[in-house]
Design a protein around this ligand. Structure first.
Ligand SMILES: Cc1ncc(C[n+]2csc(CCOP(=O)(O)OP(=O)(O)O)c2C)c(N)n1
Ligand SMILES: [Mg+2]
Length: 552
């Protein structure tokens, strides 16, 4: 006779799950035993938070929930940041947590936290399983909810006694494909009319544009309309950045070079914009009109209140929109004359020979060693702005960054997930010395899994981004520096390889050698953050003054 945990594992197999990430506790031991006899691999991590980051990244890259497993109380609570990461980032994920038995209480309140309630604001669904008979339907429903737009995390709590209870063999609910409805004809007509009238249209690609199901349709729309585009941070790579229509990435909310195009546009077609991202531009009463094209209606915000909405499956809806306007847009390229100057100003001084290296030089050098389909996964820190702004992409979902929760600590786990999924591609985690240390214990997991992965650490011995904001706000430099371990020895202690870059020309050959040698390799490079002020404050402020002058 099967037991509850067998049904649970059968239900996960029924959904095509092949890996579960996590740290089991004694309440999960039936589940672990059922996994031992299944086709699903249990991948141990060294902290539950990284298990959640990995599962969420799987969801982001496939559109299907990644699964993680923890014990009750302390283990489950370690999933909170990962749940928020998946909720804000719209990544499908299933968390399975253990609990003490619910039919009797032999350990009183020991380790018991109301996990289901604690996760309510962090999930789309949070439920306790109270009988074996409901397992197949609950799991199917959890997957459906996690995957449907807007995707996100769900939690099922499997108490110890339900997991161990003998159960009837219950049939699974087979999943079936679900099509998302296409936008209404009236909204497509309205949007087409606005685009046909526009003199200086601009496309913006946002976070939801990077869903695996969106990207083909978006490329087709850009190609057929020939309207230039820019991206948000999380929309990077959703249309080929190598194309001659890419105008830049809005890493700041205003006053960057890309905003020269945004400010002059009379219409922005915002595809997949999700306002969980730091605003890529600030909508105002006088600025460009906005058409919102996405799976879900726009959230109205002080900085985003589109005048027209095309709601439905993005790819097919855009195809219908392109049918209405293709070859009828003499002004499609109205903003293109700005392109060369924007891109060249962004790329300014990116080969400078200074040591420690400038952020621009690091972005430039990384791009030289990452092939078009290679993946970079960023943690959170100052360099994220530089990578978002300066790194060019050619293939969808080749930049994994978090501009939603913007948590530190996800860079290494998300890169590990990418390395598991794409063993033939080059995968690079880019981390600050602060963020890396928040989940650096996963170096052991990466080595144990025999991943091919390079981790680049940008060393400034500080929480650099906060130190920069402190300086911008004219506070004295205080309280944000720290010491680091010897990163090379640290890597070696895990059985990984380690290298330190010591010259301006050293980064490219060091990364190249690290990728060629295979395995897990940590590369540490000192970074000179004085460019933060020179470019992102002084240069851009001067530019804005210029724009404000009537002579301009
Ligand atoms: C978990 C978490 N804690 C704190 C913050 C606030 N924060 C954002 S960036 C940053 C500093 C990052 O330092 P580091 O990783 O060294 O990158 P750097 O900016 O120095 O390049 C901090 C503390 C955050 N985003 N996430
Ligand atoms: Mg730092």
């Amino acid at each position: 006779m099967p037991k509850g945990s067998d049904l649970m594992v059968a239900a996960l197999e029924n959904e095509g799950v092949d890996r579960i990430f996590g740290v089991p506790g004694e309440e999960n031991l039936d589940m672990v035993e059922s996994l031992r006899n299944s086709s699903i691999k249990l991948v141990l991590t060294r902290h539950e938070q990284s298990a959640a980051f990995m599962a969420a990244t799987y969801g982001r890259l496939t559109g299907k929930p990644g699964v993680c497993l923890t014990t009750l109380g302390p283990g489950a609570l370690n999933l909170t940041t990962g749940a928020a990461y998946a909720l804000l980032g719209a990544m499908p994920m299933l968390m399975i947590t253990g609990q003490k038995g619910i039919m009797n209480s032999r350990q009183a309140g020991f380790q018991i936290v109301d996990v289901v309630t604690a996760f309510k604001p962090l999930t789309k669904l949070s439920r306790q399983i109270v009988s074996t008979a409901t397992i197949p339907t609950l799991v199917r429903d959890a997957f459906r909810i996690a995957m449907e737009e807007r995707p996100g995390p769900v939690l099922l709590e499997l108490p110890e006694d339900i997991a161990g209870e003998e159960a009837e063999a219950i049939a699974m609910v087979p999943p079936h494909p679900i099509e998302i409805p296409v936008a209404h004809r009236a909204s497509l007509d309205r949007a087409a009319e606005m685009i046909l009238k526009a003199k200086r249209p601009l496309i913006m690609l946002g976070a939801a544009a990077s869903r695996p199901r969106s990207t083909a349709g978006i490329n087709g729309f850009v190609r057929r309309t020939k309207i230039p585009f820019f991206t948000t941070q999380m929309g990077k790579g959703t249309a080929a950045g190598g194309s001659n229509l890419y105008m830049g990435t809005a890493a700041l909310s205003e006053r960057d070079y890309v905003h020269e195009a945004v400010d002059r546009a009379d219409l922005i077609i915002a595809i997949g914009h999700d306002t969980i991202e730091k605003p890529p531009f600030i909508m105002g009463p006088k600025g460009p009109q906005v058409i919102h094209v996405s799976y879900a209606p726009a959230t109205v915000e002080q900085v985003y209140f589109p005048q027209c909405e095309v709601v439905g499956d993005v790819g097919p809806s855009l195809e219908l929109l392109a049918d209405r306007i293709e070859s009828r847009l003499p002004n499609a390229g109205g903003l293109l004359p700005l392109r060369d100057s924007i891109l060249s100003k962004v790329a300014d001084r990116n080969t400078e020979d200074r040591f420690p290296l400038t952020p621009q030089r690091i972005v430039h050098d990384v791009r030289q060693v990452i092939p078009e389909d290679g993946i970079i996964a960023l943690d959170n820190g100052m360099y994220k702005i530089w990578f978002a702004r300066n790194y060019r992409t050619y293939v969808a979902n080749t930049v994994l960054l978090d501009n939603a929760l913007a948590t530190m600590g996800a860079g290494l786990p998300s890169a590990m997930m990418a390395a598991i999924m794409y063993p033939q591609r080059r995968v690079l985690a880019v981390c600050g010395d602060g963020g890396f240390m928040m989940n650096s214990q996963e170096m052991e997991t990466a080595v144990r899994l025999k991943l091919n992965l390079v981790v680049l650490i940008l060393e400034d011995s500080a929480y650099g981004m906060i130190r920069w904001k402190q300086a911008v706000d004219e506070f004295p430099d205080f309280g944000l520096t720290f010491g680091n371990p010897d990163f090379v020895k640290y890597a070696e202690s895990y059985g990984a390889k380690g290298s330190r870059v010591t010259t301006a020309d050293g980064l490219i050959p060091t990364l190249e050698a690290a990728f060629k040698s295979g395995g897990v390799h940590l590369v540490v490079v000192p970074i000179d953050y004085s460019e933060n002020k020179r470019v992102l404050v002084d240069e851009l402020r001067a530019k804005v003054k210029q724009v404000a002058e009537p002579a301009e």
